[in-house]
Design a protein around this ligand. Structure first.
Ligand SMILES: Cc1cc2nc3c(=O)[nH]c(=O)nc-3n(C[C@H](O)[C@H](O)[C@H](O)COP(=O)(O)OP(=O)(O)OC[C@H]3O[C@@H](n4cnc5c(N)ncnc54)[C@H](O)[C@@H]3O)c2cc1C
Length: 443
C-alpha cells in the first residue's frame, strides 16, 4: 500500500459510521470498517425509539459527555436531515410527573436543560392544568415540554452516512467478523461468512465500536476485565392505526428507578405519525435475543461469562429482581405493558395494542457496585474501545465521534492535519458553531 496509516473500525452501526466519516476527512489515513453482518446498521442503530433526544433529563455533571454530544448533535442531525431529505418530525416530548414529588424532578430538569445548552424557548414547565390543555388524554400533576425532540429513522440516516463514507474512500468489509484483536502485534484475526480458516489484517490503530459486543473485544486486550455485561430487550407494541392523533407529542414519565439505566415505557410517535408504546427492558441472555415474549434466541452462555461477581451481586438485589419481574410480565402480556402508562394516560385501552413492533437490545455494563452510568472510552497504545454506548447514543453520535477524533489528535495519536480537510463536501463543517461550556477530553 502507500504510506497511509491503516485504521480499522469494528462495527458499522451509527457510531462506527460517524467515526469513519470524521476519520476519512483526515489526510494520510486509510479507513476500513469491518462489519459481521451483510449490511450496515442492522442492530441497535435500527432497533430503537428513533428519538433525537434533547438532553434535558441528563445530569450535566454526571453525564457530561453524552449530554453535550446529544445537545450539539441535534443541530448536526437537523442540517443533515434537511440536506439529504431524511425523516425528521419535530414532534416534541411531554415528560410528566406521576407524583407531586416527581414535580421537583421536573424543576431540576428545567435547570439541567439550560446547563446542557438547550435554548430556554425550547422548554416549558407545565402545571396540571397546562398539561391537560396541551394533551387532553394525559392526567398528571405536572410536566415538562421539550419542544424540539424529534422523531427520525436512525437506520436510514446511518445508511446514508455509510454511502457518503464510501464516496469519501472508506472501505467496508461486510460479512466479516473480527474474532480476536492481537494488540501487541497490531493485527486482527477475522473470518468471512462461510470460511473455515480465519485470516489476518494488520493495523496502526483499531477502534472498537462493536456495540453490544465491544466489551468482549476489550477483554481480549486486557481492558476492563472487572466489568461484566447484562442484556435488556426493549420491546414495543404498535397501537391501532385509527389512534393516529390520539396524542400530539411523545409522552414520557419521570423514571421510577433512576438508579437503573432504563426509562419506563412511553408513548412514542414514529416519523409517519403512527403510535407505539415501549420500550420495556426485559433481562435476556444475549446481545441479539430479539424474539419478544419468548425464551427463543435466549443465549445462556453470555450469562456465565466472567467476571461473575458483578452479576451475582445484582441477582441478590431485591429491587432489581422485582423490577426484572415487572419487565418480564410486560413482555408476555400487552395488558401489563399498557398498564404501565395507564397511571398518566388512563384512557388507553390495552386491546388497542394488537401487534408487536421490533425490539432492540441494550447491553449495560456492571461492576460489583451496580450499573455503570456513562459511556467508557478506554485505550491502549494502538487501540480505542468505546463501551456502554447507550441511549441517547444515536442522538449524540456525530459530536461524540468528533470528540474521539479531537482527543486522538490532542494525544498526537496517529492523526495529523485538519479534520475535514480532505472532504470535497464536509457535511458538518458547522460543528464548532454550537460549542458551549468547558472543552471535554475523552482520554
Ligand atoms: C430499545 C432501545 C431504544 C433506544 N432509543 C434511542 C433513542 O430514541 N434515541 C437515541 O439517541 N438512542 C436510543 N437508543 C440507543 C442507541 O440506539 C444506541 O446508543 C446506538 O444505536 C448504538 O450504536 P452503535 O453503533 O454503538 O451499536 P450497533 O448499532 O449495535 O452497531 C454495532 C455493530 O457492530 C457489529 N459487530 C459487533 N461485533 C462485531 C465483530 N466481532 N466483528 C464485526 N462487527 C461486529 C454489529 O453487527 C453491529 O452492526 C436506544 C437503544 C435501545 C436498545
Amino acid at each position: 500500500m502507500d504510506n497511509k496509516k491503516r485504521v480499522l473500525i469494528v462495527g458499522s452501526g451509527i457510531l462506527g459510521n460517524t467515526l469513519a466519516y470524521w476519520l476519512s476527512g483526515i489526510p494520510k489515513i486509510n479507513v476500513t470498517v469491518i462489519e459481521k453482518e451483510a449490511d450496515t446498521s442492522l442492530h441497535t442503530t435500527s432497533r430503537n425509539t428513533g428519538m433525537i433526544h434533547r438532553p434535558f433529563y441528563m445530569n450535566p455533571e454526571k453525564k457530561a459527555v453524552l449530554a453535550k454530544s446529544a445537545s450539539i448533535s441535534y443541530h448536526l442531525w437537523k442540517s443533515f436531515a434537511h440536506n439529504f431529505n431524511m425523516p425528521w418530525n419535530e414532534v416534541g416530548t411531554l415528560e410528566v410527573a406521576k407524583t407531586e414529588l416527581q414535580v421537583k424532578t421536573l424543576e431540576k430538569y428545567s435547570k439541567w436543560a439550560i446547563q446542557n445548552g438547550i435554548d430556554e424557548k425550547d422548554m416549558a414547565l407545565l402545571n396540571r392544568e397546562e398539561v391537560k390543555k396541551l394533551e387532553r388524554k394525559v392526567s398528571a400533576p405536572g410536566g415538562i415540554l421539550s419542544k424540539t425532540d424529534t422523531s427520525t429513522d436512525y437506520g436510514a440516516i446511518s445508511g446514508k452516512i455509510c454511502e457518503i463514507n464510501r464516496k469519501n474512500g472508506v472501505t467496508y468489509l461486510f460479512n466479516t467478523r473480527v474474532e480476536h484483536i492481537y494488540d501487541q502485534k497490531q493485527f486482527i484475526e477475522y473470518s468471512v461468512n462461510g470460511s473455515k480458516q480465519p485470516d489476518k489484517i494488520n493495523y496502526d490503530l483499531i477502534i472498537n465500536a462493536a456495540g453490544n459486543r465491544s466489551i468482549d473485544l476489550a477483554h481480549q486486550v486486557g481492558i476492563h476485565k472487572d466489568l461484566s455485561i447484562l442484556y435488556f430487550r426493549g420491546e414495543y407494541w404498535k397501537l391501532d392505526d385509527d389512534l393516529k392523533g390520539f396524542v400530539e407529542h411523545n409522552i414520557y414519565s419521570v423514571a421510577d428507578n433512576p438508579e437503573f439505566p432504563f426509562l419506563d415505557p412511553h408513548l412514542i410517535l414514529r416519523p409517519d405519525g403512527s403510535l407505539e408504546i415501549g420500550p420495556n427492558a426485559v433481562p435476556v441472555g444475549g446481545p441479539y435475543s430479539y424474539r419478544e415474549g419468548t425464551l427463543r434466541n435466549f443465549e445462556i452462555s453470555p450469562l456465565f461469562k466472567r467476571p461473575l461477581l458483578p452479576k451475582v451481586s445484582l441477582f441478590f438485589n431485591s429491587q432489581f429482581l422485582n423490577l426484572a419481574m415487572t419487565e418480564w410480565e410486560s413482555s408476555i402480556s400487552q395488558r401489563k405493558m399498557i398498564q404501565r402508562i395507564n397511571s398518566f394516560i388512563p384512557g388507553m385501552d390495552y386491546r388497542r395494542a394488537r401487534t408487536r413492533g421490533f425490539s432492540g437490545i441494550r447491553g449495560s455494563l456492571i461492576d460489583k457496585n451496580g450499573f455503570i452510568p456513562e459511556t467508557i472510552v478506554a485505550k491502549t497504545d494502538t487501540s480505542i474501545h468505546i463501551l456502554n454506548y447507550n441511549s441517547p447514543g444515536a442522538t449524540g453520535a456525530p459530536y461524540f465521534s468528533y470528540l474521539v477524533m479531537k482527543s486522538l489528535q490532542q494525544n498526537g495519536f496517529l492523526v495529523e492535519g485538519q479534520i475535514g480537510s480532505t472532504f470535497s463536501n464536509n457535511i458538518w463543517k458547522n460543528v464548532n458553531e454550537f460549542e458551549y461550556g468547558p472543552e471535554l477530553k475523552l482520554f
